[in-house]
Design a protein around this ligand. Structure first.
Ligand code: NDP
Length: 326
């Protein structure tokens, strides 16, 4: 038996509880992992609370991230005793995930835990941080350089936002953080933001085009915020869109794209090819100031993760939550 969060949905309703789970219930897979740490991402919070249709079958162990040690394997790339890392691939949505002491997985989904990271540090980054890195890589791929001007990061005090601010600042970009929590300005400045702006000025319908302000953007929020960021991006600037914290809608016009040559780049971490994941984690190991990870993350136990899920959806969690599953 092992402990894990189980999300159930039946006549008694939708609920998430910490339960003792029989190993015989683990799903099919060619690698069994003794999990040490997982995390709480936005998607995990949706799965735990049922506030979004993330879980595709029940019962489900949530947790889109995990780090652990291989306990049994018939996959050629993973030997017993190896430390491995998983982000996404539908784990915690359609296949039992990381918020439990054990997981059985398809070995193709696993990558070796980069030796620069402790399990706790890898989970302080988690899907949120690896997605922030994918955004930075996309800005670079599209030619955005530090001398081109400011990079705006929205939802800056959240998980993706915090890591994006820290990474961009470390790489020499001038970072403008947009947040709904102006009281967290000192935190964002500590991560490297040169300016902190209130979310409210971006959150209502704006003009098709505004004053050119940004060389690049990392947007986790969507909706009017993303539309207004596109409208104020400078000629040939690049906007990376990875989230929907304010909504799935995108009430914009084509004006920034056809009149200013702005590029809108979509970022997906879930099905991202293995080579891009390996590159993202390699770059995280060299480009992220590990001291800042300490400021970004808080570690909790499995049972604490459940009530924190609602706080996260309320936008009340600063940075990242690591879950020590033991
Ligand atoms: P967090 O909850 O940690 O961060 C989201 C932040 O967005 C909040 O901290 C808050 O920041 C801001 N926010 C919250 N609610 C609203 C709102 N109603 N309007 C505007 N801003 C709001 O989540 P994550 O960082 O884990 O994820 C952020 C987003 O990115 C989510 O939508 C998630 O689904 C998405 N995501 C997508 C991935 C992909 O592969 N494309 C991978 C990972 C995440 P502040 O208080 O500073 O404004």
């Amino acid at each position: 038996m092992f402990e894990g969060i189980l999300v159930e949905k039946d006549d008694a309703g939708y609920r998430a509880t910490v339960k003792a789970i029989d190993e015989a219930q683990l799903p099919e897979g060619n690698v069994t992992v003794r999990v040490s740490h997982s995390t709480l991402n936005y998607k995990d919070a949706l799965a735990i609370t049922g506030k979004g249709p993330v879980v595709r079958k029940f019962p489900m162990v949530p947790g889109i991230d995990l780090v652990g040690t291989v306990e049994a394997s018939t996959h050629p790339a993973h030997q017993v005793g190896d430390q491995v890392l998983l982000n996404g691939w539908g784990v915690g949505e359609g296949h039992w995930g990381g918020l439990a002491q054990k997981a059985r997985l398809n070995g193709d989904w696993l990558i070796p835990l980069p030796r620069q990271f402790s399990p706790q540090q890898a989970m302080a980054i988690g899907t949120a941080g690896y997605t922030a890195m994918l955004c930075v890589l996309a800005l670079e791929r599209h030619g955005v350089q530090p001398q081109d001007g400011d990079i705006v990061v929205t939802g800056a005090a959240g998980g993706v936002g915090s890591v994006a601010v820290a990474l961009l600042a470390q790489l020499g970009y001038s970072v403008v953080a947009v947040t709904g929590r102006p009281q967290d300005a000192p935190y964002l400045q500590q991560l490297g933001a040169t300016e902190v702006l209130e979310r409210a000025q971006f959150a209502t319908p704006g003009k098709p085009l505004g004053k050119e302000r940004w060389a690049g953007a990392v947007d986790v929020v969507g909706s009017h915020v993303l539309a207004n960021i596109c409208a104020t991006t400078q000629y040939r600037g690049v906007v990376t869109a990875c989230g929907l914290a304010a909504g799935m809608d995108f009430p914009a016009t084509v004006a920034p794209f056809i009149l200013r040559g702005v590029t809108l780049v979509g970022i997906d971490s879930v099905m991202c090819p293995r080579a891009d994941r390996l590159l993202a984690w390699q770059r995280l190991s060299t480009d992220l100031d590990f001291d800042k990870l300490g400021h970004i993350s808080t570690t909790v136990g499995l049972d604490e993760a459940i009530p924190l899920a609602q706080h996260l959806l309320n936008g009340q969690i600063r940075g990242r939550i690591v879950v020590d599953v033991h």
